[in-house]
Design a protein around this ligand. Structure first.
Ligand code: PLP
Length: 427
């Protein structure tokens, strides 16, 4: 017998039930409300820019599955590709043309990509990219930037952003010291020393896991020259920025070509996916053509590739114009109404990605992001928005993902609500 009458279930009931079978009631820490207090709402469904919870409340959604969704929830074209694929079977453990189609689309859209290896998550993509870089260079050290999040593999959890930062963890218990002994952590937007022991420098070309922190002018270009000089590989983690900040991602936006790319989120159209991509001479080191091993039972899954290809096919120049337009409107409006409420705010934006810092000055690195979060305003602002029907991420280090389903009216409504929410948060 069900413990709870599902017709009359509340979020509180759902959370209690979840906590009895799932650790902390969630399957990813960022979904818990640990950073903002309270009980998470449980989603019953999503349509376009809106979510509905199990109590029947609707929220205008700026989480959009942390950027896995760009066309809004339940886009009919993506759904029909997905259901059509499901009718043919859900996984085979043998190659399919669906995988080829997704890889070809990534090749076409991202200049410099010759070959792709699909994985089931962004974490696997970055993990694979590191192994590949070490295998190719025969070097061991990895440089990562403080506040950048590259998934939850041991070597990359050091000084991470996103949920690790929200929960106030320096890294994770359970990561053996030797697993991070070769990880060098340096401040974002500063050029690191790179010697002949460094296999790779991995970077979010727009940092989007410590709030939104743009790469300062010249930073990525300088990283490119430094890595070239030292023989280290430059890895762009475009799990968030890929196909979002421009059709060709951040490498196209900034005109900087890395050695390897990591993708995820959008390329799965809302299903689990990741990818490592790069030129022939590097990618061919992966098994079966090379000796860097990597594998996955569900890699290139037919449902994920069908949804991902459909999502990518729908994106064109007009999509990006529209996305950026919405984000500009949102950033301008949020800044205005929050400042009018007498709160210091920096709404930082790169194309359609934006983040809200309650800070006096623009934020350029993780230390400044932490100082802004420590002002403690975000949880109040978050709850004041949520109770008025606008869902931001329940963590101060996450960004907003306005998507193609967000209308001008949605954005206007958000700005109106933010005006009241900011006044309430100030009290
Ligand atoms: N890299 C970046 C930049 C991310 O934002 C994320 C997840 O948010 C990851 C990697 C890890 O991806 P996944 O959660 O699919 O493992």
């Amino acid at each position: 017998m069900a413990l709870i009458d599902e017709e009359h279930i509340t979020n509180e009931d759902a959370f209690q039930r979840a906590c009895a079978s799932l650790v902390g009631g969630v399957n990813s820490p960022v979904r818990s409300f640990a950073a903002v207090g309270g009980v998470p709402f449980f989603v019953a469904g999503g349509h376009g820019s809106y979510l509905t919870d199990v109590e029947g409340r609707r929220y205008l959604d700026y989480i959009q599955s942390y950027g896995a969704i760009i066309h809004g929830h339940g886009n009919p074209v993506v759904l029909s590709a997905l259901t059509e694929a499901a009718r043919q079977g859900t996984t085979f453990g043998a190659p399919t043309l669906g995988e080829v189609e997704l890889a070809e689309m990534i090749q076409q859209k991202v200049s410099g990509v010759d070959l792709v290896r699909l994985t089931s998550s962004g974490t696997e993509a970055t993990m694979t990219a590191l192994r590949l870089a070490r295998g190719v260079t025969n070097r061991s050290k990895i440089v990562k930037f403080e506040g950048c999040y590259h998934g939850h593999s041991d070597a990359l959890l050091a000084a991470s952003g996103s949920g690790v930062a929200s929960l106030g963890l320096p890294a994770s218990v359970g990561v053996a010291p030797n697993a991070v002994a070769d990880t060098i952590v340096v401040p974002y937007n500063e050029l690191p020393p790179i010697d002949e022991t460094v296999a790779a420098v991995i970077v979010e070309p727009v940092a989007a896991n410590m709030g939104l922190v743009p790469a300062q002018s010249g930073f990525l270009q300088e990283l490119r020259s430094l890595t070239e000089q030292s023989g280290a590989l430059l890895i762009f983690d475009e799990v968030i920025t890929g196909f979002r900040v421009a059709e060709g991602g951040a490498s196209a936006l900034y005109g900087v070509t890395p050695d390897l790319w990591c993708f995820g989120k959008i390329i799965g159209g809302g299903l689990p996916v990741g990818a490592v991509a790069g030129p022939h001479h590097l990618m061919n080191h992966l098994a079966p053509t090379g000796s860097v091993y990597q594998a996955g039972t569900l890699s290139g899954n037919p449902l994920a590739t069908a949804a991902g290809s459909a999502a990518l096919r729908l994106l064109n120049t007009a999509s990006y114009r529209m996305l950026t337009g919405r984000a500009e409107q949102l950033a301008f409006g949020l800044t205005k109404v929050i400042e009018e409420a007498d709160l210091a705010v920096q709404v930082q934006r790169v194309e359609s990605l934006l983040g809200i810092f309650f800070a006096d000055e623009p934020v350029t690195n993780y230390r400044q992001a932490v100082a802004s979060v420590e002002r403690g305003i975000y949880p109040y602002f978050f709850h004041a928005m949520l109770k008025r029907g606008i869902a931001l991420a329940p963590g101060p280090y996450e960004v907003l993902f306005p998507g193609l389903a967000h209308s001008v009216d949605d954005v206007d409504k958000t700005i109106d609500v933010a005006s009241a929410a900011a006044a309430e948060a100030r009290e």
